[in-house]
Design a protein around this ligand. Structure first.
Ligand SMILES: Cc1cc2nc3c(=O)[nH]c(=O)nc-3n(C[C@H](O)[C@H](O)[C@H](O)COP(=O)(O)OP(=O)(O)OC[C@H]3O[C@@H](n4cnc5c(N)ncnc54)[C@H](O)[C@@H]3O)c2cc1C
Length: 417
């Protein structure tokens, strides 16, 4: 029996919509369906600004219905099991759906259980996260009167790896403007070994960290939170030769099991993140639990008619919407090739991702890079009179606050970019 759809897309988020819109633009006759349970789509990149009180949450939302490209079928449901050998996806309510080509783009999920006490701390409002409720982050910042302000991120990959430090820079700037910097200890504790993977960007960020007098703790993984005592516990793997010169954190103590217990008056974190369960349970994952696709063609390594992109994909680059922008045309091109009996030989995705590192109100650095962590600034920035986007610039802030949201809704989500 003929499959009902030539192309079935799991996930109508940034990646699913971009792929569907670009496919339809190139070949209007294609039969395409998107499985997506949510009624609302969020422009998550603006959550950082919402968390700092400089962007309205309402502006980050659009109805899913308004984004589904015309002629594409929206199956308002959730994929639950994948049968790639039979070209079928089982859903919660709509039974199993057949396809000729499958695009897997369900994003990722937050797994709060990976940090002991995290769920409790978030539910009690003791900790905040721009990933979960950016409006609450802003409330916490406004209520903060001084003390230890701790910002951290987990050991798992996360979407927009720079987002936890952006929250920290904006908060540090906010404390300065509010006149409470002198009684505040801003700590940024990360499992990472450098502040950023691209050298020239990292150099700029280290200067920003000095400017705000941030206590930077590399090699620090958050493992436990005690919401009642307002303590966050870190596994500290700082090598001995890097311990000299570390600033002390007021009140921090070492526990019997060698964890660093840090008292906090404000705690912001990114939750640990994994691929969704139905992906983890399928045989489409690699050994690290992410979708096993070729890193340049985005074609699944085992199933030629399956492609994957966006946050779910196991790619050695940062998980961002900006990365999706460069991944989507490669997926589209390869599917169109296969549909016309040509090989899926577009291997053009070289790991491009970008991180708009907001370093204060009115300032931003734009990190653009590839799999080799080479700095690859967009030549178009020159037209904005930005010649060195690895340095702070007010024009980049304007791009973040006004330009990128406009491009997202009006170009990217319409398949025009
Ligand atoms: C705080 C924060 C800051 C960020 N900052 C930036 C930034 O500055 N720049 C940038 O480029 N990116 C940024 N990002 C990252 C960016 O939002 C993501 O990388 C991007 O949205 C990934 O697209 P995606 O389609 O893979 O996932 P999503 O856009 O999350 O979409 C996934 C979709 O799949 C659906 N889905 C899930 N499970 C199923 C299922 N079982 N069946 C069917 N559908 C399912 C979901 O409902 C969702 O609609 C940020 C993210 C956050 C949270």
């Amino acid at each position: 029996m003929k499959n009902p759809y030539q192309i079935l897309i799991i996930g109508g988020g940034t990646a699913g919509i971009m792929v569907a819109a670009q496919l339809k633009k190139q070949q209007a006759s294609l039969s395409i369906a998107i499985i997506e349970p949510s009624e609302t789509h969020y422009y998550q990149a603006a959550f950082t600004l919402v968390g700092a009180g400089t962007y309205a949450m309402s502006k980050t939302k659009r109805s899913e219905a308004s984004l589904i490209p015309s002629g594409v079928v929206w199956i308002k449901d959730r994929a639950t099991v994948l049968f790639p050998d039979e070209n079928k996806v089982v859903t919660e309510k709509s039974g199993s759906i057949g396809y000729d080509y499958l695009v897997v783009a369900p994003g990722l999920v937050y797994d709060l259980s990976l940090i002991d006490g995290l769920e409790d701390a978030l539910n009690n409002g003791v900790a905040c996260s721009n990933y979960i409720n950016p409006e609450y982050t802003w409330k916490c910042l406004q209520n903060f009167k001084g003390g230890n302000a701790i910002f951290t991120q987990p050991a798992t990959p996360i979407k927009c790896g720079g987002a936890p430090q952006k929250a920290m820079y904006l908060a540090a700037d906010y404390f300065r403007r509010k006149g409470i910097s002198d009684k505040t200890n801003v700590v940024f504790a990360t499992p990472g070994t450098v502040i950023f993977g691209v050298k020239s960007v990292a150099d700029t960020l280290m200067r920003v960290i000095d400017r705000y007098k941030v206590n930077l703790r590399l090699y620090h993984t958050p493992v436990k939170i005690d919401a009642d005592k307002r303590l966050v516990y870190f596994k500290d793997a700082t090598p001995d030769d890097k311990k000299a010169g570390l600033l002390t954190i007021p009140g921090a103590t070492l526990t019997a099991d060698n964890l660093l217990a840090v008292p906090f008056d404000f705690l912001h974190l990114a939750p640990p993140q994994t691929a969704p369960e139905f992906i983890l349970k399928s045989d489409l994952c690699n050994e690290t639990g992410w979708l096993d696709v070729d890193i340049n063609s985005l074609q699944h390594k085992k199933y030629d008619n399956v492609f994957g992109l966006g946050d779910v994909a196991g790619l050695p680059t940062a998980k961002t919407g900006a990365a999706v922008r460069k991944q989507a045309p490669v997926v589209v091109d390869n599917i169109l090739n296969l549909l016309s009996n040509k090989p899926a030989n577009n291997k053009g995705y070289e790991g491009y991702s970008s991180c708009p590192l907001v370093t204060g109100y009115g300032k931003m650095v734009l990190a653009e890079f590839n799999y080799k962590n080479e700095f690859t600034p967009d030549p178009m920035l020159k037209y904005m009179l930005v010649n060195n986007s690895d340095k702070e610039h007010w024009r980049l802030w304007l791009l973040k606050k006004y330009g990128l949201p406009y491009l997202y809704w009006n170009k990217m989500m319409k398949g025009e970019m």
